[in-house]
Ligand binder design. Structure first.
Ligand SMILES: Cc1cc2nc3c(=O)[nH]c(=O)nc-3n(C[C@H](O)[C@H](O)[C@H](O)COP(=O)(O)O)c2cc1C
Length: 385
């Protein structure tokens, strides 16, 4: 392939480099994967109505979160098992985010520990928390605080694991099981396999200590066995022990968003987990305007963002910033650090170009008046806005 010109090109390169089992883990969704298609199709249901004859010779892509200015209106979201895509994947993503001046969110299911990633980059780091057991969650929270993570992101859309049929068919899990099929998969992707041989099988690094509780936690996290009893009261308890900024990720309704804020959260992340949990749910884009009307606090959004124009549409509908999930992972898998930087650069250029083409010179001036909802896809039956 000649030089990639869009995120999808990086997806194709990632597919070439990764064994099928690993690519499917990265790319796949839950059940029939209708959510994957829906998350993408929904962006097409809003069309821009550009302004003309405005001075767009200088453009400002910065956004403000909690009074602090960031140069770009997107950041790198939390994803588990990044080390399977590239050795040191978490640190690479953290360093790229730092270089661009945006936050990086480390997953509970990271393959480098909270402390190691903290040492690897002096940029702003947030920590994403899965609650498998309350005592373990408290322990992780304390470690994130001690290692200078500024924001805790509590993920609430995994009371049970999404049914990922590609992973089940492939027998995906950690440690990887060596079967004839997986060995052939590895042998036909030699560059990836060499990396694995040189660096060893990635582990859930936050739980590596040789203690029984650690291996039990690793196994539970791989099976994604969460504490399904985690409720509003538990959120209030977490709020009481975490003194810094707290965000709740996985919210999909204005009522829940308002309640999170009432319970002391500093903002919400609207997300359907990139269609990896509940297959038949709304795209967060469809609930964004309603949530914006329900709260003045910070609203972030993810799921399905592959273009700068997607980011601009979310900002028009009231988001303060967007989290990239697979987009930066495709870059990581395809070309390591350079791939992540290229993906960030592509999205930045696309946002910049979109601003010029719609006649707006700064992210701060975006509003829903620039969009017209135009439902033509049969699949889009919801009109929540
Ligand atoms: C490979 C992969 C691993 C993920 N792991 C986590 C995780 O550990 N914690 C979490 O809160 N979300 C996780 N997510 C969800 C992302 O944070 C984000 O919500 C999603 O990727 C956004 O959709 P997109 O990939 O279409 O941009 C994961 C997503 C992917 C693709």
């Amino acid at each position: 392939m000649t030089k990639p010109v869009k995120i999808e090109d990086y997806r194709v390169l990632a597919k070439r480099r990764l064994p099928k089992m690993v690519f499917d883990y990265l790319d796949g969704g839950a059940e029939d994967e209708t959510g994957l298609t829906h998350n993408r199709a929904v962006f097409g249901s809003w069309r821009f109505q550009p302004k003309r004859l405005t001075d767009v010779s200088k453009r400002d892509l910065s956004t403000t979160l909690w009074g602090q200015s960031y140069p770009l209106p997107f950041l790198i979201g939390p994803t588990g098992l990044n080390g399977l895509l590239r050795p040191q994947g978490d640190a690479i993503l953290a360093r790229c985010a730092a270089r661009e001046g945006v936050p990086f969110v480390l997953s509970t299911a990271s393959t480098q520990s909270i402390e190691e990633v903290s040492r690897s980059s002096d940029g702003e780091k947030w920590f994403q928390l899965y609650v498998m057991r309350r005592d373990l969650a408290l322990d992780l929270t304390r470690r994130a605080l001690a290692a200078d993570y500024t924001t805790l992101v509590l993920t609430v859309d995994v009371p049970v694991n999404g049914w990922r049929e590609r992973d089940m068919r492939n027998g995906f899990g950690l440690p990887m099981r060596y079967t004839a099929k997986t060995l052939l998969d590895g042998a036909t992707h030699p560059r990836w396999s060499l990396d694995l041989l040189r660096n060893g099988m990635p582990q859930l690094a936050n739980f590596v200590s040789g203690r029984a509780v650690s291996s039990e936690a690793q196994a539970a996290l791989m099976r994604r066995e969460m504490d399904a009893s985690f409720d509003w009261e538990a959120l209030a308890q977490l709020r009481a022990v975490w003194p810094k900024r707290l965000l709740v990720k996985g919210v999909l309704s204005p009522e829940d968003a308002a309640r999170c804020i009432a319970e002391g959260a500093d903002g919400v992340i609207l997300s359907n987990h990139g269609a990896r949990q509940l297959d038949g749910c709304l795209s967060p884009m469809e609930t964004l305007k309603g949530v914006r009307n329900a709260t003045l606090e910070t609203v972030l959004v993810d799921s399905g963002f592959r273009r700068g124009s997607d980011v601009v549409k979310a900002l028009c509908l009231g988001a303060n910033a967007v989290l990239l999930g697979r987009a930066t992972l495709f870059g990581l898998a395809a070309a390591g650090e350079q791939g992540v930087l290229d993906v960030i650069s592509l999205v930045r250029q696309e946002i910049d170009r979109t601003l010029a083409l719609i006649g707006v010179s700064s992210v701060a001036d975006l509003s829903s008046e620039l969009l017209v909802r135009h439902i033509h896809e049969e699949a889009l039956q919801h009109d929540a806005v």
